[in-house]
Write a protein that binds this ligand. Structure first.
Ligand code: SF4
Length: 249
């Protein structure tokens, strides 16, 4: 089945709604801006419900037929826990719950809103939902602290854009996966990432046995970012280890 995402760590993206509000420095060059403005929409006026709700059931059938789980990045053009989407979220949970052969990657910059927006049958976490938060700066580590208090089958941190050195060690015992990557923005506007910040996270992840996925970085400030995940000659693109994920490892 054709993938609808160019993001290296997912097979598909599913936007139940799109549009958002900026909440922190990691949002400065949010990519939804250009995409939505080109379509004639205002990106930062809050979420709007989309009409693309039937795709996941099709992907789920394909995953069942192939016997291979598929990853779905959820609300790549918004934030799944944005309060402006409260009216639609229960319906989205219904789709997520029904599509058991899809792994739903929900990445939020609003972890303080998660707990009150989980479905009643969440329990220790739906086995097909990976909950993540973004932390590209020391200030944002408070989000990681909040995330680690939420039960989930897989918890992850996206340190992208990585804006400074951050210390994830206090949280790594409670995390299953860490992503790192530089900011994507126009030359002259992007804030460059120091590879030493990635090296430090990589070594801490190794020490704690947490897989690290190094996504991309600009080798210099000229061209496109490298996306091969190579750090000091070695590919560093690990995935969470979990029993229900075994058929795709
Ligand atoms: S939370 Fe995500 S989608 Fe929303 S403004 Fe920030 S970067 Fe963009």
């Amino acid at each position: 089945m054709a993938q609808n995402s160019k993001i290296g760590w997912t097979d598909h993206t599913q936007n139940f709604w799109w549009g958002c509000h900026k909440v922190s420095e990691e949002c400065r060059h949010c990519y939804i801006s250009g995409i939505m403005r080109r379509g004639g929409y205002e990106p930062f006026a809050g979420p709007m419900r989309t009409k693309n709700w039937s795709n996941p059931r099709r992907w789920n059938r394909a995953a069942n037929q192939s016997g291979k789980r598929l990853r779905v990045f959820t609300c790549s053009m918004s934030d799944f826990f944005h309060p402006g989407a409260d009216a639609w979220r229960d319906e989205a949970w219904d789709v997520i719950r029904a599509c058991e052969s899809l792994d739903w990657l929900i990445l939020t910059k609003r972890p303080e809103l998660i707990e009150d927006r989980l479905p009643d049958d969440w329990g220790d976490g739906f086995p097909n939902v990976w909950l993540g938060t973004t932390a590209g700066s020391t200030k944002s580590l408070a989000r990681v602290d909040l995330l680690t208090q939420i039960p989930a089958a897989v918890r992850f941190v996206s340190a992208e854009p990585l804006l400074e050195a951050i210390d994830l060690r206090p949280y790594l015992d409670s995390l299953d996966w860490v992503i790192t990557g530089c900011e994507r923005a126009k030359k002259g506007e992007r804030r460059l990432m120091d590879l030493d910040w990635v090296r430090e996270i990589d070594s801490h992840c190794t020490a704690f046995g947490v897989p690290h996925f190094f996504k991309q970085y600009y080798k210099d400030d000229l061209g496109l970012p490298r996306e091969d995940g190579i750090l000091d000659g070695e590919v560093r693109q690990g995935w969470p280890q979990s029993p229900h994920l075994v058929n795709r490892l």
